[in-house]
Design a protein around this ligand. Structure first.
Ligand code: IMP
Ligand code: MG
Length: 203
Protein backbone atom coordinates (compact mmCIF):
# COMPACT_ATOMS: atom_id res chain seq x y z
CA UNK A 1 0.00 0.00 0.00
CA UNK A 2 2.71 2.47 1.05
CA UNK A 3 4.99 1.30 -1.77
CA UNK A 4 2.26 1.93 -4.38
CA UNK A 5 1.73 5.44 -3.07
CA UNK A 6 5.45 6.14 -3.38
CA UNK A 7 5.54 4.87 -6.96
CA UNK A 8 2.45 6.85 -8.03
CA UNK A 9 3.78 10.07 -6.58
CA UNK A 10 7.12 9.67 -8.33
CA UNK A 11 5.51 8.78 -11.67
CA UNK A 12 3.51 12.00 -11.70
CA UNK A 13 6.79 13.94 -11.54
CA UNK A 14 8.66 11.79 -14.05
CA UNK A 15 9.58 13.23 -17.43
CA UNK A 16 12.49 13.11 -19.81
CA UNK A 17 14.80 14.63 -17.18
CA UNK A 18 14.61 11.64 -14.89
CA UNK A 19 16.45 8.42 -15.61
CA UNK A 20 16.17 5.16 -13.71
CA UNK A 21 15.48 4.93 -10.02
CA UNK A 22 18.73 4.30 -8.19
CA UNK A 23 17.25 4.03 -4.70
CA UNK A 24 13.50 3.50 -4.28
CA UNK A 25 11.71 5.35 -1.48
CA UNK A 26 11.19 2.22 0.58
CA UNK A 27 14.91 1.36 0.42
CA UNK A 28 15.80 4.89 1.50
CA UNK A 29 13.41 4.65 4.45
CA UNK A 30 14.97 1.35 5.52
CA UNK A 31 18.51 2.78 5.38
CA UNK A 32 17.53 5.98 7.18
CA UNK A 33 15.96 3.94 9.99
CA UNK A 34 19.15 1.87 10.31
CA UNK A 35 21.26 5.03 10.52
CA UNK A 36 18.90 6.51 13.12
CA UNK A 37 19.18 3.37 15.24
CA UNK A 38 22.97 3.42 15.03
CA UNK A 39 23.13 7.11 15.98
CA UNK A 40 20.78 6.44 18.92
CA UNK A 41 23.23 3.90 20.31
CA UNK A 42 26.37 5.96 19.61
CA UNK A 43 25.11 9.21 21.15
CA UNK A 44 23.45 7.83 24.28
CA UNK A 45 23.95 10.22 27.23
CA UNK A 46 25.53 12.87 25.00
CA UNK A 47 24.19 16.30 24.17
CA UNK A 48 23.51 15.92 20.46
CA UNK A 49 22.98 18.78 18.00
CA UNK A 50 22.02 17.71 14.49
CA UNK A 51 22.98 20.32 11.89
CA UNK A 52 21.13 20.23 8.60
CA UNK A 53 22.85 21.68 5.55
CA UNK A 54 20.18 23.48 3.57
CA UNK A 55 18.53 22.89 1.27
CA UNK A 56 19.28 19.40 0.01
CA UNK A 57 19.54 17.64 3.39
CA UNK A 58 16.22 18.81 4.76
CA UNK A 59 14.17 15.77 3.69
CA UNK A 60 16.85 13.39 4.96
CA UNK A 61 17.08 15.26 8.29
CA UNK A 62 13.36 15.18 9.02
CA UNK A 63 13.16 11.43 8.40
CA UNK A 64 16.43 10.67 10.20
CA UNK A 65 15.73 12.51 13.46
CA UNK A 66 12.45 10.63 13.88
CA UNK A 67 14.52 7.45 14.17
CA UNK A 68 16.95 8.91 16.72
CA UNK A 69 15.52 8.16 20.13
CA UNK A 70 17.42 10.81 22.07
CA UNK A 71 16.64 14.33 23.35
CA UNK A 72 18.47 16.06 20.48
CA UNK A 73 18.25 19.58 19.10
CA UNK A 74 18.39 20.64 15.45
CA UNK A 75 19.89 23.66 13.76
CA UNK A 76 20.27 24.77 10.14
CA UNK A 77 23.07 26.13 8.05
CA UNK A 78 23.15 27.26 4.46
CA UNK A 79 26.28 27.48 2.38
CA UNK A 80 26.73 28.50 -1.22
CA UNK A 81 28.19 25.66 -3.27
CA UNK A 82 29.36 25.56 -6.84
CA UNK A 83 26.96 26.03 -9.75
CA UNK A 84 27.27 24.08 -13.00
CA UNK A 85 29.62 26.62 -14.54
CA UNK A 86 31.82 27.36 -11.59
CA UNK A 87 35.07 25.56 -10.94
CA UNK A 88 35.67 23.96 -7.56
CA UNK A 89 37.58 26.66 -5.83
CA UNK A 90 37.07 25.36 -2.32
CA UNK A 91 35.71 28.75 -1.43
CA UNK A 92 32.28 28.48 0.15
CA UNK A 93 30.22 31.16 1.80
CA UNK A 94 27.92 30.77 4.81
CA UNK A 95 24.62 32.32 3.74
CA UNK A 96 22.76 31.27 6.90
CA UNK A 97 24.62 30.50 10.11
CA UNK A 98 23.53 28.40 13.10
CA UNK A 99 21.12 29.97 15.57
CA UNK A 100 22.56 28.17 18.62
CA UNK A 101 25.96 27.92 20.26
CA UNK A 102 27.57 24.49 19.76
CA UNK A 103 30.39 24.82 22.28
CA UNK A 104 30.80 21.61 24.28
CA UNK A 105 28.09 19.83 22.29
CA UNK A 106 28.27 16.75 20.09
CA UNK A 107 27.65 17.90 16.54
CA UNK A 108 26.35 15.69 13.76
CA UNK A 109 26.37 17.33 10.32
CA UNK A 110 23.63 16.00 8.03
CA UNK A 111 24.39 16.48 4.33
CA UNK A 112 22.64 15.27 1.18
CA UNK A 113 25.62 14.31 -0.98
CA UNK A 114 29.36 14.63 -0.56
CA UNK A 115 31.14 15.06 -3.86
CA UNK A 116 34.52 16.83 -3.86
CA UNK A 117 34.15 17.24 -0.11
CA UNK A 118 35.21 20.88 -0.30
CA UNK A 119 31.97 22.19 1.18
CA UNK A 120 32.05 19.87 4.19
CA UNK A 121 35.76 20.29 4.84
CA UNK A 122 35.30 24.05 4.95
CA UNK A 123 32.36 23.56 7.28
CA UNK A 124 34.27 21.23 9.60
CA UNK A 125 37.07 23.78 9.92
CA UNK A 126 34.59 26.54 10.59
CA UNK A 127 32.59 24.57 13.20
CA UNK A 128 35.70 23.21 14.98
CA UNK A 129 36.67 26.78 15.80
CA UNK A 130 33.47 26.99 17.89
CA UNK A 131 34.82 24.20 20.15
CA UNK A 132 32.15 21.53 20.04
CA UNK A 133 32.81 18.30 22.00
CA UNK A 134 32.87 16.35 18.71
CA UNK A 135 31.93 16.62 15.02
CA UNK A 136 30.81 13.74 12.82
CA UNK A 137 29.20 13.55 9.39
CA UNK A 138 26.04 11.79 8.31
CA UNK A 139 25.65 11.78 4.52
CA UNK A 140 22.76 10.46 2.49
CA UNK A 141 25.08 9.82 -0.46
CA UNK A 142 28.84 9.48 -0.75
CA UNK A 143 30.22 9.98 -4.28
CA UNK A 144 33.93 9.49 -3.72
CA UNK A 145 35.16 9.54 -7.34
CA UNK A 146 35.80 13.29 -7.38
CA UNK A 147 36.84 13.63 -3.73
CA UNK A 148 39.48 16.28 -3.14
CA UNK A 149 39.24 16.87 0.61
CA UNK A 150 39.79 13.79 2.75
CA UNK A 151 37.84 13.20 5.96
CA UNK A 152 35.90 10.41 7.62
CA UNK A 153 32.20 10.02 6.87
CA UNK A 154 30.95 8.19 9.95
CA UNK A 155 27.38 7.57 8.79
CA UNK A 156 26.40 7.08 5.16
CA UNK A 157 23.25 5.65 3.57
CA UNK A 158 24.39 5.13 -0.05
CA UNK A 159 27.50 5.23 -2.21
CA UNK A 160 27.36 6.06 -5.93
CA UNK A 161 29.74 6.48 -8.86
CA UNK A 162 29.77 9.37 -11.35
CA UNK A 163 26.05 9.85 -11.92
CA UNK A 164 24.22 13.06 -11.06
CA UNK A 165 21.21 12.26 -8.90
CA UNK A 166 17.95 13.95 -7.98
CA UNK A 167 15.08 13.31 -5.59
CA UNK A 168 14.67 12.92 -1.82
CA UNK A 169 15.99 16.43 -1.26
CA UNK A 170 18.49 16.50 -4.11
CA UNK A 171 17.76 18.99 -6.87
CA UNK A 172 18.42 19.72 -10.48
CA UNK A 173 17.93 23.47 -10.96
CA UNK A 174 15.97 23.54 -7.69
CA UNK A 175 13.43 20.93 -8.88
CA UNK A 176 12.75 17.27 -8.00
CA UNK A 177 13.54 17.61 -4.30
CA UNK A 178 10.05 16.31 -3.45
CA UNK A 179 10.44 12.89 -5.08
CA UNK A 180 10.35 9.98 -2.64
CA UNK A 181 12.99 8.02 -4.58
CA UNK A 182 16.46 8.93 -5.80
CA UNK A 183 16.80 9.04 -9.60
CA UNK A 184 19.67 9.27 -12.02
CA UNK A 185 19.50 12.42 -14.10
CA UNK A 186 19.12 11.61 -17.81
CA UNK A 187 22.13 13.44 -19.14
CA UNK A 188 21.20 12.46 -22.74
CA UNK A 189 18.11 14.66 -22.67
CA UNK A 190 19.56 17.51 -20.68
CA UNK A 191 21.52 18.66 -23.73
CA UNK A 192 21.75 22.30 -22.73
CA UNK A 193 23.71 21.50 -19.61
CA UNK A 194 25.59 18.47 -20.74
CA UNK A 195 28.97 20.07 -21.33
CA UNK A 196 28.98 21.89 -18.02
CA UNK A 197 27.70 18.74 -16.29
CA UNK A 198 30.55 16.80 -17.86
CA UNK A 199 33.16 19.20 -16.65
CA UNK A 200 31.54 19.38 -13.24
CA UNK A 201 31.16 15.66 -12.72
CA UNK A 202 33.40 13.81 -15.20
CA UNK A 203 30.46 12.02 -16.77
P1 IMP B 1 31.06 19.19 -2.68
O1 IMP B 1 31.15 17.94 -1.84
O2 IMP B 1 31.64 20.39 -1.99
O3 IMP B 1 31.68 18.99 -4.03
O4 IMP B 1 29.57 19.59 -2.97
C1 IMP B 1 28.50 18.83 -2.61
C2 IMP B 1 27.24 19.64 -2.88
O5 IMP B 1 26.99 19.75 -4.31
C3 IMP B 1 26.03 18.91 -2.32
O6 IMP B 1 25.72 19.40 -1.05
C4 IMP B 1 24.95 19.22 -3.33
O7 IMP B 1 24.29 20.42 -2.97
C5 IMP B 1 25.66 19.45 -4.64
N1 IMP B 1 25.62 18.21 -5.48
C6 IMP B 1 26.69 17.47 -5.83
N2 IMP B 1 26.32 16.42 -6.57
C7 IMP B 1 24.98 16.47 -6.69
C8 IMP B 1 24.01 15.61 -7.32
O8 IMP B 1 24.31 14.55 -7.93
N3 IMP B 1 22.71 16.00 -7.22
C9 IMP B 1 22.34 17.14 -6.56
N4 IMP B 1 23.20 17.95 -5.94
C10 IMP B 1 24.53 17.62 -6.00
MG1 MG C 1 24.15 20.78 -0.64
Amino acid sequence: MIEDTVRDKDNINSNEILGRILFPGREIQKKVKELGNKITVDYKNRELVVICILRGAVIFLTDLIRHIELPLSIDFMSISSYGFNMPDTGVVKITKDLDENIEGKHVLIVEDIIDTGLTISYLIRNLKAREPASIEICALIDRAVRRIAIFKIKYCAFKIEEKYVVGYGLDYKQKYRNLESIYELRTDTVKKDIESLKSALNI
